[in-house]
Design a protein. Sequence first.
Length: 239
Amino acid sequence: MRRILAILAPLALAACGGTGTLNLAITNDGTNTNALTAAPALPAPTSPPSTLDQSSVESIKLTVTEVDVHLAGSDAPGTIEPGKNDPKDNDGGWHSVPLVDTSGQPVKTIDLVIARGTPTSLGTIQLPSGKITQIRLKLQVDPVSLGEPGFDTITGAVQIAPVPPSTSPTFCDLAVPHSAVDPGVKIVGPFTSIQIDEGGSANVLLNFRLNEMPPAASGTSACLYKLAPVLKIERVDHK
């Protein structure tokens, strides 16, 4: 009987435990200035160059439809290595962070150019004690992709400063891997799992990195840029 009680006591304590707060925000450090690579043979002279310096990019707008965090127990590894000990996409430990845009819609639109200087809040969620072992963002794309197989299109996502003699900005499409939609953009590289403590809060700043990819094939607008987004943990503050 004592053995049974000894086993059940920790379980009962966990069931009655409180929660901690996870606050998520996103930035873009803008270090990869050649991350966006355009299709060749663009019409001159008003089209953007084939290799784009992000200093000419006025906005990169993406709509996030879902943010999920994976919560494991306190015995989870301290260092997470994606592809080795990170959670599976169908694991039961995933939790969705509530999203509300300024329009009141259950999505979140982020401008990576603005987020570069001023981090953008993604959302807040209450979680039981444990460790965050992965975070993923799912992007909204066009219903029908006109790009190459395995990629989805986001129409008009990139606004580029006017190229003389034009005085109007150019709006270009983005081609993103289907994995940016399902299962979503994830944290890459080894990272430290994020502790969630009862009654405490963890403020996590994510870095939405723009990885360079080969030139895109074609798009619905005058230009199409190919993008391989990944997440990095920029900073974690506990209170």
